[in-house]
Design a protein around this ligand. Structure first.
Ligand code: MG
Length: 376
């Protein structure tokens, strides 16, 4: 452990923040419509410096956790237990045993950010070798019709986006097959299309979709069936050359091991908050690389702290997909507590050369959107 890793956390502040979306977001029939980005921001303090993390729980059906769960953890003992903990143990995860998902991620990312700001080193340098200076972003559409998809795609293409994700799994599968063909026909030049069923199909419906879209070169088909049914995803992979991605199935490192064992995915959809932070996310990407699985950096409806963390990890990941990643979250919220939106030009988001995560935090905005706060 280096000297800085032995620095003890002096204080912690926790803020529950809710920012409305510009447009409500409808995934598949198993999820309620999302209207706000609801997150829990964690601020770790040491030597007069703050490090920032953000928990982005997606609910019990998605990530297995909620904002209430995260706040309960911090109000029960989480806030009191952090002061005195060594920074290095929060980065390695040694002091985070028993935690997972968004709660673990918020603390782990804040620890990386704090170390970076204390040592004047960007987070990506703590994660590995830089393979990309920037990554392209995708743009998603809600579950709906092809006309609604094109109403979204056309203006976003003009802004520089080249990868579009259609949310499916809400309408009858035959309608979604017709919809994706229709959109593909109208798609502008050089654009890529992916679909995300968000667990909305039965195995039979997913099989029908895979068989009837062989003629389309889809970038990926994400989470076609229930999260815990990845034992059968390899059967879907055999039906079509289109790659299968897992999202809800992949929460922890142990899930990644299990999915690889059953040859369940071509692509892992990695989300910092869902996957427990940067250390566990990095371990998942390295395991994937070893087994020929590609990585898409994906996101919840999150704010700029987690988006920045995802970009740092994506830029050190050699096996990321060569199409768009989910770096549009703060363009879908009506505001953000960071300046992450400034990192993006023409649908591409670039790493800044700044210490830690590199995002500026706007405390006034945290106050403005704060529903509850805790402090050690
Ligand atoms: Mg997904």
């Amino acid at each position: 452990m280096t000297e800085v890793d032995q620095i003890a956390i002096e204080a912690v502040r926790v803020y529950r923040v809710s920012i409305p979306l510009i447009n409500p977001y409808y995934l598949s029939k198993i999820y309620p419509t999302t209207t706000h980005s609801e997150v829990v921001v964690v601020e770790l303090l040491a030597n007069g410096v703050s490090g920032w993390g953000e928990a982005d729980p997606g609910g019990v059906m998605f990530t297995g956790d909620t904002c209430d769960d995260v706040m309960d953890h911090f109000s029960d003992s989480g806030v009191k237990s952090l002061p005195g903990t060594m920074l290095g143990d929060l980065i390695s995860g040694a002091s985070l045993a028993g935690l997972c998902g968004a709660t673990k991620s918020a603390i782990n990312v804040a620890a990386y950010d704090l170390k970076g700001r204390l040592t004047d080193i960007p987070v990506w340098k703590m994660l590995g070798e830089k393979h990309h200076q920037s990554l392209p972003s995708l743009w998603p559409t809600s579950s709906g019709t092809s006309a609604q998809d094109m109403d979204v795609i056309t203006p976003k293409y003009d802004l520089g986006y080249r990868t579009f994700m259609l949310k499916m799994g809400s309408n009858p599968v035959d309608e979604d097959i017709a919809r994706v063909h229709d959109v593909y026909e109208k798609l502008p030049e050089n654009a890529r299309l992916m679909v995300d069923a968000n667990q909305g199909w039965s195995f039979e419906e997913a099989s029908t979709f895979m068989r009837h879209t062989i003629d389309l070169p889809l970038a990926l088909v994400e989470q076609p069936i229930a999260a815990d049914d990845y034992g059968r995803i390899h059967e879907l992979r055999a039906l079509s050359p289109n790659p299968i991605s897992v999202d809800e199935s992949l929460k922890r490192f142990a899930d990644a091991e299990q999915i690889i064992k059953v040859k369940g995915a071509d692509i892992f959809s990695v989300k910092i908050s869902k996957n427990g932070g940067l250390a566990e996310g990095l371990a998942i990407t390295k395991l994937a690389a070893k087994h020929g699985v590609k990585i898409m950096m994906n996101s919840m409806i999150e704010l700029g702290i987690t988006q920045a963390a995802a970009l740092h990890l994506g830029c050190v990941t050699p096996n990321v997909v060569d199409f768009g990643h989910a770096f549009m979250s703060v363009q879908r919220t009506s505001d953000d507590i960071t300046d992450f939106a400034d990192w993006k030009t023409s649908g591409t988001v670039a790493l800044p050369d700044k210490p830690g995560l590199g995002v500026e935090i706007n405390r006034d905005k945290i106050d403005n959107y704060c529903l509850a706060r805790l402090e050690s």
